[in-house]
Design a binder for this molecule. Structure first.
Ligand SMILES: Nc1nc2c(ncn2[C@@H]2O[C@H](COP(=O)(O)OP(=O)(O)OP(=O)(O)O)[C@@H](O)[C@H]2O)c(=O)[nH]1
Ligand SMILES: [Mg+2]
Ligand SMILES: [Zn+2]
Length: 351
């Protein structure tokens, strides 16, 4: 024990360093005497060290610094904050406290550990389309993340106007597979208006986030439902066929009937390194119906003898594309994990 004891000098150095760090961060914050009383609000958007917070009382929005003790603040968070009384426009403020969250969608960043995407959401719309290419692998990744954070997902197929009848039939069969497993879906088009009434019904009274690859039309959906939102949109690249990462930070919008919708930036790949294989398989409820019948308790559901999942794929009870996605995801979690997630399921937190 004595070996671990630090000397008085070391203790003084640590204290001085801590105070210096505290000072540099706190120096940027408005000083206490310039701040008004505590208010309740919602984070509309987060920009690095600052956030736009909406005051519950009058819906005014204030750019606020964030107290060092408030970690991982994100769009949708409920907070206690104070507005600067010196600032006539009331623009500057300080987020003091983060209130407990009802839900949190997060994702692992290759360099930054687990990052929060949005808080207090009650619906996740997984937006996909044919341009950029329809990918069940990406859909499955989001479905796993939705199950993990306990929020109901709906698969939205946007740009229905661009699908040929053959493509629509093929995609329809995939959506029917998802429906049988318990995942709802909806065809929409922001150009023709197809499915918009259905979409409004799905989001009514909910706090919904739109997620999906860049260029699938998330911001276009926001603009269609809330024309005054004026969210930036951009065409997909002629060369790569991919979106151009137009939206750079999540943003929350209100609709009547207590309805809230959050636009989010498209991401290249939704990593799942922060989850364990046991958490991944929860996104595959049709597998979980079979796994109790696998011969071995530690069955990997691949080449293992007596695997009930493989058997169900052979007799078409489980879709082959779901089986292939599951194994691709498990494999990628093991192969491509950055050092901060050296073993699947290992969590690191850094905001
Ligand atoms: N044909 C067609 N094009 C659409 C539809 N919805 C959106 N688009 C187009 O798709 C392109 C990308 O739309 P965005 O709304 O910027 O896509 P996003 O998902 O917000 O992209 P990021 O912000 O980069 O993540 C734009 O050129 C839109 O006009 C649709 O229903 N039909
Ligand atoms: Mg966008
Ligand atoms: Zn098995």
């Amino acid at each position: 024990m004595a070996k671990n004891k630090i000397t008085a000098r070391q203790a003084r150095n640590i204290k001085a360093r801590h105070e210096r760090l505290l000072k540099t961060t706190e120096e940027q914050l408005p000083d206490d005497s310039s701040l008004g009383p505590l208010l309740e609000g919602t984070v509309i958007s987060r920009y690095g060290k600052q956030a736009d917070v909406e005051n519950d009382a009058d819906l005014s929005v204030h750019r606020c610094y964030i107290r060092r003790t408030v970690e991982g603040l994100t769009t949708g968070d409920r907070v206690l904050f104070r507005i600067s009384i010196k600032d006539a426009a009331g623009q500057n403020g300080l987020v003091e406290t983060l209130k407990p969250r009802a839900s949190l969608l997060s994702r692992p960043d290759y360099y930054d550990g687990v990052k929060p995407v949005a808080a207090n959401i009650t619906r996740i719309l997984i937006v996909s389309t044919s341009q950029p290419e329809f990918s069940t692998n990406i859909i499955d990744r989001y479905l796993i993340a939705c199950i993990h954070c306990g929020v109901k997902p709906v698969i939205i197929v946007n740009k229905s106007d661009l699908f040929t009848p053959e493509e629509r039939e093929k995609t329809g069969i995939i959506l029917e597979t998802y429906r049988k497993i318990g995942y709802e879906s909806l065809w929409i088009s922001t150009k023709t208006g197809e499915g918009i009434d259905g979409l409004r019904e799905i989001i009514k009274g909910e706090t919904t986030i739109l997620v999906g690859q860049s260029g699938v039309g998330k911001s276009s959906i926001i603009n269609m439902i809330i024309p005054e939102a004026n969210a930036s949109t951009n065409s997909i690249s002629d060369i790569s066929g991919l979106g151009q990462h137009t939206t750079t930070s999540s943003r929350l919008y209100h609709l009547p009937d207590n309805t809230t919708i959050i636009d989010s930036p498209g991401i290249r790949e939704f990593g799942l390194w922060h989850l364990s294989p046991e958490e991944v398989i929860k996104g595959y409820p049709e597998f979980l119906e079979k796994t109790p019948y696998c011969k071995f308790r530690d069955c990997k559901h691949l080449n293992d003898p007596g695997c009930a999942v493989v058997e169900a794929v052979k007799n078409s009870e489980i879709a082959e594309f779901r089986f292939n996605n599951y194994h691709r995801i498990i494999e990628s979690m093991q192969q491509n994990a950055p050092s901060s997630f050296s073993s699947p399921g290992k969590k690191t937190r850094k905001q």
